[in-house]
Ligand binder design. Structure first.
Ligand code: ATR
Length: 276
């Protein structure tokens, strides 16, 4: 039997646990396939997409910094990829077209937003920190859910402004003011790479936060970022990005294999074993 090949493109990729998750499912469902890290430069994207077109690769995930950069090489973009212009999953459809999809929005909805049941969609203020590859998916998922007061702040304000061009309803907060502004927020979402294993951390100290604040970190490696640890000590409700990660992976797996893999404890143990 020919082994199918999948992988994730991006740079850097050392922190990605996508291979652990997808290879776990391939073993579990006895699919002859493998999933690997494909660290590439920008100018290699075209060649990788060609491999999908000619059947050398059956599917890829796309991560930073290429979620937009892949678009010119695709034949079709579908589902939430249209609204966000952020692609994280690519495959060849039955008509031989290379299709780009977005499963991050699904991941956010099922891995995080469903935990926000008691929040007031009209009044609650949500601050998104960061304007990188995942931010369009965060903004889109929040607005789809019905949140009306969405703020964004990014060290490089130009990138926040470019997100606002697409989602005019968001408000930009200056990065220098976030220590003040976080005090008014009901939900804070870290969509920067701050806190990532072996990476930089927040220089800001978040004080005077609302008691019922929910802090969500899209980072899942490490399991608890420095910020999560600090806020937990203050009794603030925190979530890491692990659930979003497994849900986006579940939908990618489904798009490639037409099989919806179960999200069970064994999978979480396999991922956590890698993190610890
Ligand atoms: P990209 O921006 O290339 O798509 P990303 O990992 O999706 O990459 O995004 C990284 C995010 O983390 C960006 O919002 C980035 O801010 P800049 O746009 O100013 O670069 C943010 N980030 C990374 N390191 C940071 C730091 N030391 N301080 C503040 N924000 C940082």
């Amino acid at each position: 039997m020919i082994e199918k090949k999948f992988g994730i493109i991006g740079k850097p990729l050392s922190h990605s646990l996508s291979p652990v998750m997808h290879n776990f499912w391939f073993r579990k469902y006895k699919i002859s396939a493998s999933y690997s890290l494909i660290e590439i430069e920008l100018n290699e994207i075209e060649a990788i997409i060609k491999k999908i077109r000619n059947g050398e690769l059956q599917g890829i995930n796309v991560t930073v910094p290429y979620k937009q950069a892949v678009i010119p090489y695709l034949d079709l973009i579908v589902d939430e990829a249209k609204e966000t212009l952020s692609i994280n999953t690519i495959n060849l459809n039955e008509e031989g077209k290379v299709v780009g999809s977005n499963t991050d929005v699904y991941g956010l909805e099922h891995g995080f937003l469903c935990n926000l049941g008691k929040k007031n969609l009209e009044k609650d203020k949500i601050l998104i920190l960061g304007a990188g590859g995942v931010t369009p998916s965060v903004v889109y998922a929040l607005s789809k859910k019905g949140f009306q007061k969405i703020f964004i702040s990014n060290r490089t304000i130009k990138k926040a402004e470019s997100i606002k061009k697409k989602f005019s309803f968001i408000e930009i907060i200056n990065w220098d003011n976030i220590e003040e502004e976080v005090k008014n927020m009901d939900v804070i979402i870290n969509a920067t790479s701050l806190g990532l294993k072996n990476g930089d951390d927040f220089k800001q100290d978040f004080k005077g936060l609302k008691d019922n604040l929910v802090y969500y970190d899209i980072v899942y490696n490490p399991e608890e970022t420095t910020m999560i640890k600090k806020l937990k000590k203050k009794g603030i409700k925190t979530f890491n990005g692990l659930e979003m990660f497994v849900y986006q992976g579940q939908k990618s797996f489904f798009l490639w294999n037409k099989l919806n893999p179960e999200l069970d404890d064994k999978l979480k143990h396999a991922i956590l074993a890698e993190l610890r």
